[in-house]
Design a protein around this ligand. Structure first.
Ligand code: GCO
Ligand code: MG
Length: 402
């Protein structure tokens, strides 16, 4: 089965998505997600100019060889742009292989290890009471795990929440928004949010929190300690993780479980964290960390070291990634949890999907392949809109981690 054509499709049904569609000479096709929020066209160009011409005519069944060809063969290894491109090609090739075998992807991986996968959703508010209300509502909808973010008194915006599916911005969307941040205001406040939440909810709901890389190791250690009484499921991105050593400081001081990995794109970003058990959950996701092939490698390594999975799944990765992650989650022995931010109906119309969610759990469906497609005609009606993630500054103007 030879690769006959590869299309790179950029569409913006409320959010920019980059999709790869690989078509074979036998008529079977597969799709993959190459979305890199705020840098979409870099990946699309990398694919179109450098990757697609090298793959036409190749045997579509040789997934591992193609992965190595693009990774090792490119000489310049890793990096978010390259790895998003490789991820999409890999996802599309696994889709093709599973369709050719007439199996849902999770069967090819080794079959289901569970009946369904637990997901976590988001809840936030600008005050503690608004946040409590939002969390209670998600609990009533049936979610057992909820990521909670709360506005910090003295800071304008609820941090770490990107404006998903909000369409073009009034300013034309050409420049990133600028947020203001103060760790001094955040650190003493956030434990109060969880204290109140435990009062209201009791102990049978999993609560998660995302510090979005903003703390220094010693600040993160303090936060982890202060949150211990409220038994979080995890504290996410407590520190920036370019330096994996940062996590050792945090780990040494707190029993709050730690999660990281949404910005990682290969096993090398997480090697020390996993090998030395400095984290509890690895959050790499299929469209950024090498597709099925890349994630499977990371997950197996994590399983050897008591680290569970917790894939990134915000609204700014496409439903294809959610589908692939759900297959991986149904199979992987060391499953932890999957993030689920849901999509507006327009996005789901462009990406018809067989995955379903119900009362806090997902299932990928049982059709051959990964179960997500793209409606190309509809996609063409939503052209790319330039958009960025916000940037972040301290109150004195210093550029900070967003
Ligand atoms: C999360 C994330 C997102 C990211 C976004 C960047 O945990 O879901 O932190 O909200 O900020 O995906 O594109
Ligand atoms: Mg996050």
């Amino acid at each position: 089965m030879k690769i006959k054509d590869i299309r790179v499709i950029v569409t913006s049904p409320g959010q920019n998505f980059v999709t790869v569609k690989i078509i074979t000479d036998e008529g079977i096709y597969g799709v993959g997600d190459a979305t890199l929020n705020g840098r979409e066209l870099a990946v699309a160009t990398y694919l179109e100019k450098h990757v697609v011409p090298c793959l036409l005519g190749r045997d579509a069944s040789r997934i591992e060889d193609i992965w190595q060809y693009l990774y090792r063969g490119g000489y310049w290894r890793r990096g978010p742009v390259t790895m998003a491109a490789i991820s999409a090609i890999d996802m599309a090739l696994w889709d093709i292989k599973a369709k050719a075998c007439n199996m849902p992807l999770y069967q090819l991986l080794g079959g289901a290890s569970r009946e369904k996968i637990m997901i976590y959703t988001h809840a936030h508010g600008s005050t503690i009471e608004e946040t409590v209300e939002a969390v209670v509502q998600k609990k009533e909808e049936g979610f057992q795990a909820i990521r909670v973010q709360c506005g910090v008194p003295g800071l304008d915006r609820i941090y770490g929440i990107s404006k998903l599916n909000s369409g073009p911005r009034p300013d034309g969307g050409f420049l990133p928004d600028e947020d203001i941040w103060s760790t001094e205001k955040y650190l003493p406040f956030i434990p109060k949010v969880f204290e109140r939440l435990r009062d209201v909810l009791g102990w049978d709901t999993h609560l998660l929190h995302d510090a979005h890389h903003r703390l220094s190791p010693i600040e993160a250690a303090r936060l982890g300690k202060d949150l211990e009484p409220y038994r979080l499921f995890w504290l996410e991105d407590a520190v920036a993780a370019e330096d994996q050593e940062n996590f050792r400081h945090v780990r040494n001081h707190t029993t709050t479980p730690l999660a990281v990995g949404e910005v990682f794109n290969s096993i090398w970003d997480a090697r020390d964290l996993i090998r030395e058990q400095l984290i509890d959950y690895i959050r790499t996701t299929s469209c950024h960390a090498g597709g099925v092939t890349g994630l499977r490698r990371i997950f197996d390594y994590a399983a050897m070291h008591n680290v569970k999975t917790g894939c990134h799944g915000p609204g700014d990765v496409s439903p294809i990634t959610m589908g692939v992650n759900t297959h991986l989650g149904l199979w992987v022995p060391n499953y932890g949890i999957q993030e689920f931010a849901d999509y507006c109906p327009q996005v789901m119309d462009v990406f018809p999907s067989t995955w379903t969610h119900n009362k806090g759990f997902m299932h990928p469906g049982d059709v051959p392949g990964h179960g997500v497609d793209i409606d190309e005609e509809l996609a063409a009606r939503f052209p790319y809109e330039r958009a960025y993630l916000p940037v972040n500054r301290l109150e004195d103007g210093t550029l900070w981690h967003w």
